[in-house]
Design a protein around this ligand. Structure first.
Ligand SMILES: Nc1ncnc2c1ncn2[C@@H]1O[C@H](COP(=O)(O)OP(=O)(O)OP(=O)(O)O)[C@@H](O)[C@H]1O
Ligand SMILES: [Mg+2]
Length: 290
């Protein structure tokens, strides 16, 4: 078990991560949050690249900072701005990372072949990475992160820049890999975590706002998500006063989906909350600013 015990990170007076408590066991955890929420900072602390200002991270009961090399051996990390070597082929790159991780010749070769297959890059193994598409680079990034068959896999925005088909492919790959390990992935795309994460952690302003499975999180909004057909004037008013999750022009007016504790209009009907509604509930204002 990976325990994050009251962990904070301050930059000057500013809390990038504030008093986070989490206990992670095998499975997929989706860290969902807007830009600047603190996702990367939290992940870098988990990977011992950054020291917490307060609190402690423990794996199997031992503080990770003290465990040092022993802990890093069981860790795999895909950084958000993952640097590859453009002149290397995919195969050369993986062999290079394998060498850095202290893997021996024949084993490293076999593992490289196995991983290229796992991330569906076996045909591109000899191709230079600089000629890869964004999705291919991401998949290569995932391959390097799992080279050492880690018990803890930390993926920082692994789906950034992937097209829908590659997103789906990636999700399936993660589900497969998560059976025997802790996978923590960050994203601001709701559908990435909706289908594969056992637990979703919603992070905002350095704090975990809420955590749980899809049903638990959507359950929090039960009876608070409404659909109603409105005139332009009513819709404009509603957009000022409520968090609007969706707006669609229809015959006879504008169909709004909005969040409200009380019935917002006589013709409003309660609908089942979706994870996207939950996201809007926490990040609505910020999402509008974007
Ligand atoms: N080294 C640093 N020095 C000062 N402030 C920092 C530093 N690193 C991060 N921050 C600040 O901490 C906050 C959290 O940053 P972080 O990169 O963890 O967010 P994030 O959730 O990963 O965002 P994004 O979705 O954009 O990747 C931001 O306000 C950022 O400006
Ligand atoms: Mg980040």
């Amino acid at each position: 078990m990976l325990e994050i015990d009251g962990v904070s990170k301050k930059f000057g007076d500013f809390y990038a991560v504030e008093h986070v408590h989490l206990q992670l066991e095998k499975g997929v955890y989706g860290l969902l949050g807007a830009n600047g929420a603190g996702k990367t900072t939290l992940m870098r602390m988990i990977c011992t690249l950054l020291n917490p200002t307060e609190g402690e991270i423990r794996y199997e009961g031992a503080p990770v900072l003290k465990a040092g090399e022993g802990y890093r051996k069981v860790l795999g990390y895909l950084p958000q701005d993952f640097g590859y070597y453009p002149q290397f082929s995919a195969e050369e790159y993986l062999l290079y990372i394998a060498a850095l991780k202290g893997m021996k010749g024949n084993y490293a070769k076999a593992r490289t072949r196995e991983l290229l297959q796992l991330v569906s890059l076996e045909k591109a193994g000899k191709k230079k990475v600089k000629n890869f598409s964004g999705g291919m680079k991401r998949r290569l990034g995932i391959a390097q992160a799992v080279l050492n068959d880690p018990e803890i896999l930390v993926l920082d925005e692994p789906t950034a820049g992937l097209d829908p088909k590659e997103r789906i492919r990636f999700r399936n790959l993660i589900s497969e890999m998560a059976e025997e390990r802790i996978v923590l992935l960050s994203t601001h795309i709701v559908s990435d975590v909706e289908n594969i994460a056992n637990k979703i952690l919603i992070m905002k302003n350095g704090k975990i706002q809420t955590a749980g499975g899809v049903e638990r999180l959507t359950g929090e909004l039960e009876g608070m998500v409404w659909k109603c057909l409105m005139t332009h004037e009513e819709a404009a008013y509603a957009e000022e006063h409520y968090t609007v999750c969706n707006r669609k022009k229809e015959e006879g007016g504008i169909m709004l989906t909005l969040i409200s504790k009380e019935k917002p209009a006589v013709n409003a009907k309660v609908v089942m909350p979706s994870l996207e509604d939950v996201y809007m509930y926490y990040f609505g204002e910020e999402a509008e600013e974007e």
